[in-house]
Design a protein. Structure first.
Length: 98
């Protein structure tokens, strides 16, 4: 039958292809030094999984807590293919099924 692949920031990683994709990550010590010279108790993170998600973080913004409308939505879809991992630039590695 027809299938709707998982979607959203977390769901898209459960597409069943056994490929993990690591996107951009923050390095906190570096951020702490660059932003505060090790003097403050807070830093602002910058990484937003670039390279591991379809599009950009802003593409996943919704109007409110219960909204389902965003660029890569698949709610109420009858059929939708999984993400195309070939277009993602993050580091790819094979994972074990399960």
């Amino acid at each position: 039958g027809k299938v709707v692949a998982p979607h959203g920031l977390i769901g898209q990683s459960f597409d069943g292809d056994n490929i993990a994709i690591d996107g951009k990550k923050d390095h906190y010590r570096e951020l702490w030094w660059r932003q505060t010279s090790f003097k403050a108790n807070e830093i602002t993170t910058e990484a937003q999984a670039e390279g591991a998600i379809e599009g950009f973080a802003d593409d996943y913004k919704v109007a409110d807590f219960y909204a389902t409308d965003f660029k890569y939505r698949r709610f109420n879809a009858v059929e939708a293919a999984p993400r195309n991992v070939a277009t993602l630039t993050g580091a790819k590695r094979v994972t074990s099924p399960g």
